[in-house]
Design a protein around this ligand. Structure first.
Ligand code: 6PG
Length: 470
């Protein structure tokens, strides 16, 4: 009898511990490794007798305990630690073994690691895992990229532990090299966009409709029963009524939380890389910008004193909620459209050969951006694998047409009343520009040619032209 273990996991922090327990829950034997004795002990204690699970602080013991080809997943912070864990594994593992990086590594790091490991016949996967600690324990969405043949070894484990949508596992082989990390990066970019939009709508309802936290909770809960159904809308509805253990006043926890939002980088990487690819993602860009502006608390406070704000003319509560629901729906669609557009371009540029329908499918459950909308997005890309943009999908035109006027009304209302809605207005501007046959950028071409002889093309004649403007 083979008493070796099916799966190994390095990094027994919250994510790692939960993931390995999930693997063991699904009947696989699993062995963990962490240099921290306490974490090793905690896993052994939690693993109990019902799981075949063990752990060690010794990397040698860990590697020896695993069945070949070894399947070793790393759930450690992105960056140098990934390289040092790989370094420590290399003298101990064998050709054909598989290392899976489950963290949010930058995709070019994954390409570099994959190339180096390939020389030693070690298979390397970048496999983004989404769903937070709870997802890791009960079913995350997993986005693996790497060698297709090696994927067959990890497929049964990943399919067992992943979240299920109507019985379908939210994991699939996505493509070669860093495709898995890239897809997870864009997932997070979309996540940034959706989070920014929900926070704006919260502000709008509060300032424009004087909504209480209880009313916000009820409104978001109601939305979560409809077409806006999503993990982020659901948790937001709960956040509004979370009591504050430390609070001596009557306010809930949310009102006591500092408005400086932190970030670990994946949203910014999405924006930066989209710009490198020449794909506009303004709903994601502004979400990154807003986190940056939020961090300038001192400066904001000083500037606030210099400028008065218009007195908000409140709107009828029910009318505002109805417009907000439509606008949020519209801007969610636009944000997914931008993220998926980046994926389509990256697929060509980096030769990932991504299937966007498959990606939308594995985002339907388990991950942070899971939403009812993803079922429709899956359909859109199943019907047309080469869809240039979600906004032109036949099953989306009516949805967008029906909700865009609410976005217009709210952006206008908010501008007049001094309520910032940057995510919504950027989404609307993107929509208006993307759906315009003629933009005024002919003037930019004329200006470029005027001051720099950069030439221009004409609409009435083929060729490249230059004018002596003066
Ligand atoms: C997920 C999350 C996860 C993490 C974010 C947070 O999919 O489970 O996206 O990866 O919570 O990276 O990112 P920020 O700290 O940048 O907000």
């Amino acid at each position: 009898m083979d008493d070796k273990y099916d799966f190994g996991l390095v990094g027994l922090g919250v994510m790692g511990r939960n993931f390995i327990l999930n693997v063991a829950d699904n009947g696989f034997s699993a062995y963990g490794h962490d240099l921290d004795e306490q974490k090793v002990k905690a896993l052994k204690d939690e693993g109990g007798k019902e799981h075949k699970i063990d752990a060690s602080t010794s990397i040698k013991t860990f590697v020896k305990a695993l069945k070949q080809p070894r399947k070793i997943m790393l759930l450690v912070p992105a960056g140098k630690i990934v390289d040092s864990v790989i370094e420590s594994l290399l003298p101990l593992i064998d050709r054909g073994d598989i290392i899976i990086d489950g963290g949010n590594s930058f995709f070019t790091d994954t390409d570099r690691r994959e190339e180096e490991l390939q020389k030693r016949a070690i298979n390397f996967f970048g496999a983004g895992v989404s769903g937070g600690a709870k997802g890791a324990r009960l079913g995350p969405s997993i986005m693996p990229g790497g060698s297709k043949s090696a994927y067959e070894h990890i497929k049964p484990i990943f399919e067992a532990v992943a979240a299920k949508y109507n019985g379908e596992a939210c994991v699939a082989y996505l493509g070669p090299k860093s495709s898995g990390n890239y897809v997870k990066m864009v997932h997070n970019g979309i996540e940034y966009g959706l989070m920014q939009l929900t926070s704006e709508i919260y502000d709008l309802l509060k300032k424009g409709g004087e909504y209480s936290n209880q009313e916000l909770h009820e409104t978001f809960s109601e939305w979560n029963e409809g077409r806006l159904q999503s993990f982020l809308v659901e948790i937001t509805s709960q956040i509004f009524v979370q009591e504050d253990d430390l609070d001596l006043s009557e306010l809930g926890l949310l009102d006591q939380i500092s408005d400086k939002a932190k970030q670990k980088g994946t949203g910014k990487w999405t924006s930066q890389n989209a710009m490198d690819l020449g794909i506009p993602v303004p709903s994601i860009d502004i979400a990154v910008n807003m986190r940056e502006i939020s961090a300038l608390k001192q400066e904001r406070t000083e500037a606030d004193k210099l400028y008065g704000r218009p007195k908000v003319k409140t709107m009828d509560k029910a009318k505002l909620a109805s417009l907000a629901e439509e606008a949020l729906y519209f801007s969610f669609i636009v944000t997914y459209a931008q993220g998926l557009h980046v994926l389509a371009e990256a697929s060509k540029e980096y030769n990932y050969k991504l299937d966007i329908a498959v990606i939308a499918k594995i985002w339907r459950a388990g991950c942070i951006i899971r939403a009812a909308l993803l079922a429709d997005i899956t359909t859109a890309f199943e019907e047309n694998k080469n869809l240039p943009n979600l906004l032109v999908a036949p099953n989306f035109v009516e949805k967008v047409q029906g909700s865009v006027s609410a976005a217009r009304e709210l952006v206008a209302y908010a501008a007049i009343n001094g309520i910032p809605l940057p995510g919504l207005s950027n989404s609307l501007t993107y929509f208006d520009a993307y759906t315009s046959t003629r933009l005024p950028l002919n003037l930019i071409q004329a200006q470029r040619d005027y001051f720099g002889s950069h030439t221009y093309e004409r609409i009435d004649k083929e060729g490249i032209f230059h004018t002596e403007w003066e």
